[in-house]
Design a protein around this ligand. Structure first.
Ligand code: 0PR
Length: 391
């Protein structure tokens, strides 16, 4: 650390220089991220309320009320205006909270949780922290959690089922209706991870897309993760955890008697919490409304199909399945995804590599011109494949 302070401009210059290897969203190179550039209005709200700590509800009781309103608006999207919950740091915290809640609710029964193999790694973290045994089940021919396998995996120690609505690898929606029935029949906790899909599926359904139900209309669903900092256009950190009832959300309540009044209890993992993040979520839900978010999702979907329809023209590279949401998997029948990803990364593309495919997420920062450039590179790689340039 330097002895004396350095002038601001010098520091800013140094930062600008030293951050040169970070890839900004407006570079047009980020095709593999589930986050995006936050909406300008949300940035404005965020910077206006930076000092607010909603971890001290006595100091920020009004912010806490607005958090409840934001949860209510997200609850409306998920068909349960009276849902209880919190704006947390992200999908990971939301999923860990749901697993913690399930464990507390069924603590005398066991510790086994059934998840699809496609579940996000936050469940592995939750399992390790909470001493859960994750039972990972395979997929059906539509890449959804296989219901037959779920039924077989249930035993006396099972406490919870997890279904994903908008999977990390391909944007798949698991058969949540069937999971809800199974959860009810066997008295199990059902958590739906809609970290990505929560801000997409309701709007696409409104636009006429035929998609699986995944929300609180299904009576077995106890909690849902829905992340504002993904398709919600809100600044990081903003995840969402919604519970069917207040009683459930209180399963993990820790009393905090010494703070300055208010609720004097915490039911989140972190203590000090960003009120700015919460207020940005609230403000943006109000500002964009259903029609604003619908437009946003529609643009992403149109571009997803634009890419999908043109991939076949590249020659040796194809979409691994018809996209369900604005996520598309691509692969080559001739070369492995690792080689394909190397070639794409060499050409400057920030994409994600899964075991069988490359994942492209068409987020709001992605433009048609970026896709056209990407297609040009895919064609070039496909030509190299034809010439057998890869061992
Ligand atoms: N649930 C699902 C279905 C997810 O896809 C993710 C993250 C999470 C939960 C966890 O959310 P947090 O990362 O907010 O804790 N999915 C993205 C992924 O793994 C996260 C991400 C976002 C990664 C942007 C990279 C990136 O640039 O791909």
């Amino acid at each position: 650390m330097n002895e004396n302070g350095i002038p601001k401009q010098q520091i800013i210059n140094e930062l600008e220089d030293r951050l040169r290897d970070d890839i900004p969203f407006d570079s047009g190179r980020i095709l593999g991220s589930m986050c995006t550039a936050p909406h300008l209005f949300a940035r404005e709200i965020f910077s206006r309320y930076l000092e607010k700590n909603i971890g001290d509800p006595g100091l920020c009781s009004s912010t806490r009320l607005l958090e409840n309103e934001a949860i209510g608006m997200l609850g409306e999207l998920l068909y349960h205006r009276g849902a209880s919950g919190y704006i947390v740091t992200g999908g990971t915290e939301a999923n860990i909270l749901a697993m913690w809640t399930a464990l507390k609710a069924y603590k005398n029964r066991g510790n086994e949780v059934i998840v699809p193999v496609t579940a996000h790694f936050s469940f592995d973290k939750a399992g390790d922290m909470l001493g859960l045994k994750l039972v990972k089940v395979g997929l059906n021919d539509r890449n959804q959690m296989d219901i037959g396998e779920v039924k077989k995996a249930i035993n006396g120690k099972t406490i919870a089922l997890v279904g994903v609505a908008g999977s990390t690898d391909l944007g798949i929606i698991d058969p949540i209706t069937a999971l809800s029935e199974i959860a009810q029949e066997n008295d199990l906790y059902l958590h739906v991870d809609a970290a990505f899909g929560g801000y997409v599926i309701p709007f696409l359904k409104d636009l006429g897309y035929a998609l699986e139900d995944f929300d609180f209309r299904l009576p077995g669903v106890q909690s849902i993760t829905i992340d504002p900092h993904k398709m919600g256009l809100s600044p990081i950190p903003a995840g969402g955890i919604l519970y069917r009832s207040r009683k459930l959300s209180e399963a993990v309540l820790v009393k905090v008697p010494y703070l300055s009044g208010g609720e004097n209890a915490h039911a989140t993992i972190v203590g000090t919490r960003s009120g700015a993040a919460v207020l940005s979520v609230w403000a943006l839900l109000k500002y964009l409304g259903i029609s604003g978010y619908k437009k946003n999702v529609e643009k992403c979907m149109d571009l997803t199909f634009y890419l999908k329809d043109r991939i076949a023209e590249t020659g040796d590279i194809e979409a691994v399945m018809n996209p369900v949401l604005n996520v598309i998997g691509i692969a080559s029948p001739t070369i492995g995804p690792d080689i394909l990803s190397n070639e794409l990364r060499k050409r400057g593309w920030a994409i994600s590599l899964f075991s069988g495919h490359i994942r492209i997420v068409i987020m709001p920062h992605v433009r048609k011109s970026h896709i056209d450039r990407f297609l040009k590179d895919l064609k070039e790689i496909a030509a190299l494949i034809k010439e057998r340039k890869f061992g």
